[in-house]
Ligand binder design. Sequence first.
Ligand SMILES: [Zn+2]
Ligand SMILES: [Zn+2]
Length: 255
Amino acid sequence: MINRDILSMIFDSVSSVIFPEVCYFCGAGSYGTGSVICPECRDSVRLVSQPFCDLCGLPLDTFDDCHSLLCGRCLASPPPFDKARYGVYYEQSVRAAITRLKFNSSLFNIRPVAELLIEAYKTHYSNETFDTIVPVPVHRKRLVGRGFNQVITISERLSREIGIVLDRTSLAKSRDTEPQVGLSRARRLVNLKNAFQVCGPARIANKRVLIVDDVSTTGATVSEAAKAVRKAGASYVAVMVVALRSKTQPAKLDI
Ligand SMILES: [Zn+2]
Ligand SMILES: [Zn+2]
């Protein structure tokens, strides 16, 4: 059987010859940077940069006077992961790209979001090592009509880029939950309670695990996923989310 990563690499090389590179965001012509986002559009993407909480990665309003870089929530109650980080803000072109990918997992739609994920990983985790990448799963009911989980498609690209094994099956969403959008953080946590389960904990036990998700507002989903991974015996649990949605942002297309 031919490895699907090799097939994907061949397809990438062939498609770059047949279809000259154009910017996914603005359609500008070939610029030869190897990126599918042109430098101008890249500059317009807002990164989630300091100050953010050293633990949960959520932005802090200001640097704390006491030199603490932890948010109030983490100080009061530590999260179930060791570290979480967000790449960019979920707005404008980023939002459009992630929404498109949710409904169509063509290579054209995967590449820009995967690129943002890989870049965010390199920014926040280049000094760390992991044994496995675990994408946040969706309940099988949500896959009806789509047939794929977009978080897995972008995680496949990250796995290939950094050479860390992707575990597509250990973490499962065992209970379907109502969409998180519009719920308070407290309601989100109740909604998600015990929604994730690790099947075959032996693959997770004593491993350094990187959980990947595409969009988050309060980190409630990744926290629940982390709880399950932690319970399965992972020695270190980190989280990488591509995009952070501002709490005031409407998000009617969220799933
Ligand atoms: Zn552009
Ligand atoms: Zn925090």
